[in-house]
Design a protein around this ligand. Structure first.
Ligand code: AMP
Ligand code: GLY
Length: 422
């Protein structure tokens, strides 16, 4: 089977490694790829928003399946264009991707079908006054979210009236362009977060190991939010009982009602939940795999991921393609450039990846580049280092042992990934 993988992050590197394990894979292309992915897939430079050119590439190369990693091409309708051209795609349609690309859509959808989530109200630009009154009436802290995609930056937890006013005015004033012209203001939920991935053909689904991300930059969950500084799986906060509730009160109704509204969701539904006293409520949906959660979830999958994705894409989910029970534990620590998520220096040579790999770790590339054979840091999140072991404690210590084998100037990482669970 010939696969085209879309994306360039640590998430796509983890997906690529899992896909290569399938005996059915004959060739993998990746666009735009990264220096890690390029070792196992052929790099191609496609213009992703020129759908016709992607279709032509797929037809020329007889691509059997396109796996779409990031949200932007999904929100832009790449899956729809591919399907119309008769090419199988793993990833939701533009309409189904609204579960991520419009927070207002997701919240109204949950309200319609009684799916547990924080109380909320939506406001559009021009209605700043009522938005602020609503925030005041909720009491602080209150959560203010830009409706559209804002590269993970569109959520503000306002601690008082002034912070709410600033957030509302700046978002509605165009800070995230049109993404913030409409806002969701919602109740602040207490509890512990977890991420659950459901692989689905639109009707049936399989959940993978629940994971927990560490979004803040500093130890102890301090400092600004990032794309994710590390993760581990399975997350013990998601007990069997919590998982049953997530399936019955969230995943099953979401898939059923998305289909009933004419927008079946095909691909990976990311369910971000807040769990308090064993009760999960939805924090967010994403229309794709999480990053860095994928870097811990995929190494724990026992089975044929290509078969799983292909069967979902053709609408006949193969429940036997992977084992549903998860054995093993995984931890991922992100090596970032000091200064991230703000400004940072880059282009520093990276050493020690091979030694960490010899130590048994998976080293996923996220922000790396290669010039004249020298691998350098080129982004905020540079590498994700994952180790797998029989128990979480060993997975964590092996991960940090491997992290310490890698060196580049200005490298920064959190020292407490997974400690909450230990
Ligand atoms: P989102 O992009 O919606 O996932 O929000 C980013 C982060 O903000 C989440 O991972 C949570 O840590 C936090 N957050 C979002 N919504 C809420 C909420 N209603 N209550 C508490 N924290 C939230
Ligand atoms: N790790 C959070 C996300 O992928 O959105």
């Amino acid at each position: 089977m010939i696969v085209l993988l879309i994306g360039s992050g640590g998430r796509e590197h983890a997906l690529a490694l899992s896909l290569t394990k399938s005996p059915d894979l004959t060739k993998m292309y990746c666009s735009p790829g990264n220096p890690g992915i390029n070792k196992i897939a052929e790099k191609v430079s496609l213009t992703l928003n020129d759908h016709q050119s992607v279709i032509e590439f797929c037809k020329n190369k007889a691509v059997d399946l396109v796996v779409i990693g990031p949200e932007q091409p999904l929100a832009d309708g790449l899956s729809d264009s591919l399907r119309l051209a008769g090419i199988h795609a793993f990833g939701p349609s533009k309409a189904a991707a609204q579960l991520e690309s419009s927070k207002g859509f997701a919240k109204e959808f949950m309200l319609r079908y009684n799916i547990p989530t924080a109380a909320f109200h939506t406001f559009i630009s021009g209605d700043e006054h009522n938005a602020l009154n609503y925030a005041d009436s909720m009491g602080y802290p209150v959560v203010i979210k830009a409706d559209g995609l804002a590269a993970g930056k569109g959520v503000v937890i306002a601690l008082n009236h002034e912070e709410a006013e600033n957030a509302i005015n700046s978002m509605m004033g165009g800070l995230y362009d049109s993404a913030g012209k409409s806002l969701v203001i919602e109740e602040f939920m207490q509890g512990e977060e977890a991420s659950i991935f459901a692989i689905t053909d639109g009707t049936d689904f399989i959940t993978l190991a629940p994971a927990q991300d560490h979004k803040r930059i500093y130890d102890g969950d301090k400092g600004p939010n990032t794309g994710g500084m590390g993760a581990y799986a399975p997350a013990p906060i998601v007990t069997e009982d919590v998982m049953t509730k997530v399936k019955e009160s969230i995943i099953i109704p979401v898939l059923r009602e998305m289909a009933s509204e004419g927008n079946p969701f095909i691909g990976c539904l990311y369910v971000g939940v807040m769990i308090k006293d064993g009760e999960p409520k939805v924090v967010e949906f994403n229309c794709r795999f999480g990053d860095p959660e994928t870097q811990v979830v995929m190494p724990l999958v026992d089975g044929d991921v290509l078969k799983l994705f292909y069967s979902a894409a053709i609408g006949k989910l193969d429940q036997s393609s992977i084992k549903t029970s998860v054995s093993g534990h995984a931890c991922c620590v992100v090596l970032a450039s000091k200064g991230y998520p703000g400004d940072y220096e880059k282009n520093f040579p990276i050493n020690g990846i091979e030694i960490a790999e010899e130590n048994g770790a998976f080293v996923y590339h996220a922000g790396t580049s290669e010039t004249d054979g020298v691998l350098c840091s080129s982004g905020g999140r540079v590498l994700g280092v994952t180790a797998v072991a029989d128990n979480l404690k060993d997975a964590v210590s092996k991960t940090y042992e491997s992290v310490n084998m890698i060196y580049f100037n200005n490298a920064f990482f959190r020292k407490d990934i997974a400690y909450k669970a230990l």
